[in-house]
Design a protein around this ligand. Structure first.
Ligand code: AMP
Length: 115
């Protein structure tokens, strides 16, 4: 199967504005931001969707993604005011890239329900 765009970013084959990196996680600015701060937090291992996740197997990885979100939110100066974390899953969930990613959105008032 062809590499996803995020796999190419992990492999540094295409550029991205990286804001956080660890052995297991990469985070970079969304190319089409939906808020003043819009960061994508992804695992370096290839997991297509939330459907392939289990708490037992991936709990530590998901914990690292949350830790990264908190670190980046502080870096971006949006931690105190608040922010939103979103994971879209599958077609009706609005997922476009089939490499698991968490959106970190902030810098404006979020509305609910999400569209
Ligand atoms: P989703 O709809 O949840 O799959 O989100 C995919 C996100 O990836 C969208 O918000 C896109 O704007 C973003 N995106 C697509 N290509 C790139 C890229 N090359 N660099 C950064 N963000 C991207």
């Amino acid at each position: 199967m062809a590499d996803t765009i995020f796999k190419k970013i992990i492999n540094k084959e295409i550029p991205a504005e990286i804001v956080f990196e660890s052995d297991s996680i990469l985070a970079f600015r969304d190319i089409n931001p939906k808020a003043p701060t819009h960061i994508l937090i992804i695992p370096k291992i290839e997991i297509p969707t939330v459907r392939e996740l289990s708490g037992k197997e991936h709990g530590p990885l998901l914990g690292e993604m949350i830790d990264a979100a908190n670190i980046i939110a502080k870096q971006e100066g949006i931690s105190e005011d608040g922010f939103r974390l979103v994971i879209n899953c599958g077609e009706k969930g609005g997922q476009e890239v089939y490499h698991l990613h968490m959106h970190l959105l902030g810098g404006r008032q979020m509305t609910w329900p999400a569209g």
